[in-house]
Write a protein that binds this ligand. Structure first.
Ligand code: PA5
Length: 424
């Protein structure tokens, strides 16, 4: 991964001293060394991968993989499957909502008896997930599967110690994988949450882990000028905190359809981790994440990014090489199509990214141009650990705890009251 920053000319490069960056780095190191924070070490120990592989060999002939989960229990796996999935013999469905029409559409596309249902919930009792689980159970019964056969269809992933799913698995003998207690949902893609479906999609987990491991050296480096994590966080923090024009929106825009779900994974990670009330500052903090992908969003949100309020920081992600390419040679015979003759589709998307980058620079927009060699497991692993680490680090600049989510609890309480009492 190569990083190049260009920021609003009036706001210049961040001016934090090495001494200051060192103190922030020390706080970050302290965080990733805490026993209750495990995301940074997930690729050091392969025991959990082996467990997932053993279970995979039992179910690998299934034709459909249905993941039942929401938030961190869906977005990471979906990102892996969309970006890297290679198995044409197994379809993937993510039941991550309580929309009956959506569920009906999705489930009517597949043969339930050829499916594995992977029920994922760290807490083991999330209403949306339990509702979808209950529906799938019922539909299986209607398809002629008896309750005693459920353990051939359902696999759980949940907290190793306490959760309703854990208790149910113990009572009924369901196969179960673990989400370590020190991993929160949105940091869980490199646990069984993402790895079990990844196996069905024929994603190379060793390469994914190598990619994550590969950026650790840079993240831990005390050469602060070269430490991409510290430099990126410093830019974001400087623009947010130190300058008059508050830059408090973050856009992740990979130039790749296959990486569209990376943006959605990032949105949850960034939004749920960093948007909260800081007791220390007595202030509501946060950087609003905006999902985008190129070149498509050049014809949608880019106008706003170019000429709207200069309160945004854009990560433009360039994928330098692709597996396929198409020649654009044609005899359509119009100027707009003649212009494409002699070029390829990969050259076109590259030109679109570079053209947009230059135009953003001309307008003094805040951009980080990230280059990855290829959309593959290695680079995906590196991006996952980079953005997870960036989120953890930004928590220190914002004086909040990025690992909790107290705000969503209140809404859940009211929803339950509304469900049971019909009013609030
Ligand atoms: O990041 C988080 O912790 C949340 O978004 C959870 O992933 C989400 O609420 C689902 O929770 P659970 O996995 O406990 O069902």
């Amino acid at each position: 991964m190569i990083f190049n920053f260009s920021t609003n000319a009036n706001q210049t490069h961040h001016s934090f001293s090495d001494e200051y960056l060192k103190s922030i780095h020390a706080k970050f190191l302290n965080t990733i060394n805490r026993d209750d924070i495990g995301f940074f070490d997930l690729t050091d120990d392969l025991t959990h991968v082996e467990k997932a592989k053993n279970l995979y060999s039992k179910y690998k002939t299934k034709k459909h993989f249905v993941q039942i989960g929401i938030g961190g229990s869906a977005l990471g796996p979906q990102m892996l499957i969309d970006a890297l999935g290679k198995n044409k013999d197994c379809s993937f469905t993510f039941l991550d909502n309580t929309d009956a029409d959506f569920l009906n559409d999705e489930l009517s596309k597949i043969n339930l008896k050829d499916s594995i249902f992977y029920v994922v919930s760290k807490s083991g009792g999330t209403a949306e997930t339990m509702a979808c689980f209950a529906i799938c159970r019922q539909l299986l019964v209607e398809a002629g599967v008896s309750e005693s056969e459920f353990n051939k269809y359902f696999v759980f992933s949940t907290d190793p110690l306490k959760s309703d799913l854990r208790d149910l698995a113990n009572e009924k003998g369901f196969d179960t994988l673990e989400i370590p207690s020190n991993i929160g949902g949105r940091f869980s893609v490199l646990t069984s949450v993402g790895l079990f479906p990844a196996l069905f999609a024929k994603i190379d987990i060793a390469k994914l882990f190598n990619g994550a491991q590969s950026i650790k050296k840079n993240i831990l480096s005390t050469n602060y000028k070269e430490n991409n994590l510290l430099q990126t966080a410093a830019h974001l923090a400087y623009l947010l905190i130190e300058e008059e024009q508050r830059v408090d929106q973050t856009i992740l825009m990979p130039y790749s359809s296959k990486l569209k779900s990376l943006s959605h994974w990032f949105v949850q990670l960034w939004g749920e981790s960093l948007g909260k009330f800081s007791e220390e500052k007595n202030k509501n903090m946060g950087l609003t994440p905006i999902p985008a992908y190129g070149a498509t969003d050049q014809h949608s949100q880019m106008q706003l990014f170019m000429e709207g309020p200069n309160d945004k920081f854009l990560f433009l992600i360039e994928v330098k090489t692709r597996n396929f390419d198409f020649k654009l040679d044609n005899n359509i015979g119009k100027d707009s199509s003649n212009n494409l003759n002699g070029y390829t589709l990969n050259q076109l998307i590259e030109a679109q990214l570079h053209g947009t980058l230059k135009a953003l620079n001309d307008r003094n927009r805040n951009v980080c141009h990230v280059q990855i060699e290829k959309n593959d497991e290695y680079n995906m692993g590196a991006m996952i650990l980079f953005f997870e680490s960036l989120t953890a680090l930004m928590g220190h600049y914002l004086f909040i705890d990025p690992f909790n989510q107290p705000g969503v609890e209140l809404g859940k309480k009211y929803a339950y009251k509304f469900l049971t009492q019909g009013k609030l």
